[in-house]
Design a protein around this ligand. Sequence first.
Ligand code: C2E
Ligand code: MG
Ligand code: MG
Length: 795
Amino acid sequence: MKSISKAALYAVIVSCIFHLEVKPVYAASSDAEDISRLPYILSAVLILVVFTLIFHFYINYLKKKLLLEQDFSKNIISNIKTMIIVCDLDGKVVMFNKFAQEISGYSLEEAKGKKVFEIPFLNEGTDLGKRIYDSIMADKLLENYEACLTARNKKPIYTLWNMDAVKDAQGVSVNMVVMGIDITGRKSVEQKLTESYRELEQTHEELVATEEELKEQYDDLNKRDIELRHSEERYRLAVEGVNDGIWDWDGKEGKLFMSKRCRLIMGFDNDSEAITIDKWFGTVLREDMDRFVKGFNKYITEPQDKHFQIEYRIRTADDRIKWIRTRGMAIWDGSGIPIRVAGSNTDITEQKVSDEKIHQLAYYDSMTGLPNRALLTDRFIIAAANAQRKGWMVAVFFIDLDNFKTINDTIGHSFGDELLFRVGEQLKLKMRRSDTIARLGGDEFIILQANVKDINEVNLLAERMLALFKEPWVLDEREFYVTASIGISVYPNNGLDLQELMKNADAAMYKAKETGKNNYKIFTQELNSRMMERLAIENYLRKATEKNEFVLFYQPQVELSTGRITSMEALIRWLSPNIGWISPDAFIFIAEEIGVINVIGEWVLRSACTQLARWHEEGFDDLKISVNLSARQFQQLNLVELINNIIEETGIKAQWLELEITESIAMQDLEHTISVLQSIKDIGISVSLDDFGKGYSSLNYLKLLPINNLKIDKTFVHDITTNVNQAKIAKALIALAHNMELTVTAEGVEVPEQLEFLKKEKCDIVQGFLFSKPMSANELEPAKKYQDDLQQALQ
Ligand code: C2E
Ligand code: MG
Ligand code: MG
């Protein structure tokens, strides 16, 4: 607008000048022309006036407009809801608008002319004034600066400030405008928001915590669930997998649960119907029912233990008898009624059978099935207690079969065993039910006669028993006569305990044997003294080795073809200072019984070998020595080692040693015999089978044994000249032995007729009183003398 008015003004001036200037150019032309110029002048003036008027109006219009604009600006500044503070470049306040005054409570007068930081509103508790001032001084602007100001009425006001410069037409800053808006409302919203946010955050945190807790609980639950499932599985597996059957009876419902295994055990496995308690009880054997019910009822009514256990038999659907062990526990309600009973059923049939077997083994003799010593002792205790109460007696019978050993050795163990079994059976038939027959091993039977009121009852039983042995025993179509010797002792007269009574019965039995076979003797004090004698022998024998009471006698063995003494048999003698001379037949078996035979045997072997070494030194270097081995010695584990050591020790050669074993030793354990004999033979020692023909010799075994020589027993030799049969057998025997490449020795040659016979039958070696009795080494000295004597005897 300004530019328009200016242009109009210039146009008026220019047009006037134009009119004045052009006039001289035309004035030179004419007057007429001067008159004609007047309209032009008038129009110019008019135009000028018009222009001036227009200009005037225009100026007025502009002024009004300006004023209007100024009012508008003032109005705006006054009414605007923004605090406006205008400062000059020195930082002094030149304007402090209405809103700023309203908010702050300070008037324009209080602010105007003061440095911006001097206004309390901008300074108290804030650095806003200082910041505005610094910015003005540094010619910098303040942007979005938040400050919390304190109004005069101490009310806090949150504000946001910005600055701008007021510049002149040249762009130079003249004033600074500082504008602030009240953001208290926004702030409180913000604060509320923050608080809400915090609350939210807290809630979130709480939620997170709760979630975590929940998660933990969930995990825990999950874990428990897994554990539960595992334990359920375990339980199920246990229930189904264990050897025992599990059952559970619900008293309220009256229902019975049985695991598969339980059904199988009870024989209900093919039963599709529900198993009831009645069904179960229905399987229990009638004989065991009473015990079963009583056992269960006792637990239910007066439980003494946590659980009950009953063993009983059942009959299964397929008619099998089984032993069952039921174990269980109950839960009672307040009134003592069982509401639940659960437990297990175990099939103990096998265990019962093996218990029975163990019991059988522990209390019975395996071969005859008769009670053994343990059961006998138990029965005796009961019988003796009863006898003591009633003033009765108990008789102990000791029965020994006289010739059983011979039968066993010769006919074979299985026959022997069968015979013992039969004897046991038959003896049992002669007894009362209250009596007991036991086998203690070997051929010894013990009979316990209980409730004896009169000694005649004992005699009667003994006679009844002996009558048994008057008849032959038929085994495998063969007849045998077996006799028995019975010794009897009576409780309480002959002893108070079984051991003593058996010892006394044993002594009586020996007496019976002495008196003649198939006999019985009741123990007397007289017998006791005989027993004491035996005890004394035992005692002396134990010390005899230490005391050097043994002596070796030697009996020559003569080779028939040459008449030469080829060997000496070493025969032991015991010279007891208390008893005198004792023959080996009288003490070897006792030495075996009391366990001193090995020591004696070792002494014999060492002494005999030492003696042989001496004879060899003296020049009889082709002489052999024969040493008898006892049955017990033969069982000695290191026998071969011992023999070897003695050979080495004494310096003799193995081939000069001959060992004599009896048939009965050889037959005891054939396998063992063969292996030991083989080891002995392997060393180079020769083996002779002694006493052949004494029993029922088995020729079958003969070929199995690794032996070198067969020694015909003296009882056999004794009869060869008087008994044709014996002579025939002897002849066949010698031929047979030769056939088996064995040499034959005949022992007990007493008369020349016997010698003649043996010579004729080509017996290899002879031994007997005909040539020499057994003598001590001293007596045999000088051995040469005997050689001469013997050769003479043979001629
Ligand atoms: P055996 O080994 O058969 O010994 C032969 C027995 O017959 C010896 O009895 C001997 O004196 C006897 N005798 C020898 N010739 C005749 C004769 O012509 N007529 C008669 N009637 N008898 C004769 P002895 O010395 O009493 O020995 C008996 C048994 O004792 C021996 O029988 C042997 O089995 C055993 N014995 C002897 N000494 C020992 C030994 O040191 N250890 C072992 N374990 N047993 C031995
Ligand atoms: Mg002998
Ligand atoms: Mg003999």
